[in-house]
Write a protein that binds this ligand. Sequence first.
Ligand code: HEC
Length: 214
Amino acid sequence: MKKLPILSLLLVVVTGSIVSCSDVKREPSRNYMPDMWQSRAYETYAPHKNLEDSQIHYTNMPVSGTIKRGEIFPFPLKRDGVGDSSNYIGSKQIVNPLPMPDTLRLKESERLYLIHCGICHGTKLDGNGPLYKDGSGPYAAKPATLVGDAKYENMPEGQMFYSITYGKNLMGPYGSQLSTTQRWQIIHYIKSKQAKSVPKTDTAAPDSTATAAK
Ligand code: HEC
């Protein structure tokens, strides 16, 4: 008989704990540490309530006049206005700031060239990439024959840089796709290929004398 109160007490405790367990009281509306899940940061391109009424359009673009860490100095010449070519001509004076690349760097420059330029200028740099394909491709304009045409073989590196950065006639600009370093790297690659084509220019010489003799 003495056990009865103990047993009934145990019963009450067990039922009580079961009931309290099933009746879970959560308050999801309460928000401890809001910074943990509601970012206070200004996310790139995302609207932010603090900027709603302001004139600030947050694009995360670098502040003009600043240079990314590790990047070389930007090209000093701006794009020419319509009908003006003074900066295009002036760009001839600008030299490639990068040292001559080693084999590994040249391989990387080749990779960049093949991604961005080869489609038009061709893997052999002959201006006959798959987009042009001897004029039968979808791209109607003949890309410059970077190797094999004296005009482009003699083109100063600075002028190449100008055209790659701002575009030239039907060639689009590559200033936003490739960093300053990458553009100069690609020019090193083009120049290295042009240097190897010297014998070709020699073989072309008798042709020109033949034409002159005619
Ligand atoms: C969509 C095709 C296309 C792509 C891609 C392209 N080019 Fe061109 N490129 C052309 C055409 C077309 C011309 C000839 C423009 C003219 O003089 O009318 C040209 C001209 C050039 C010239 C001579 C510019 C001058 O001042 O006369 C250089 C140098 C050159 N391209 C380098 C490059 C490099 C480097 C890349 C890659 C970053 C590249 N191109 C990507 C089509 C292309």
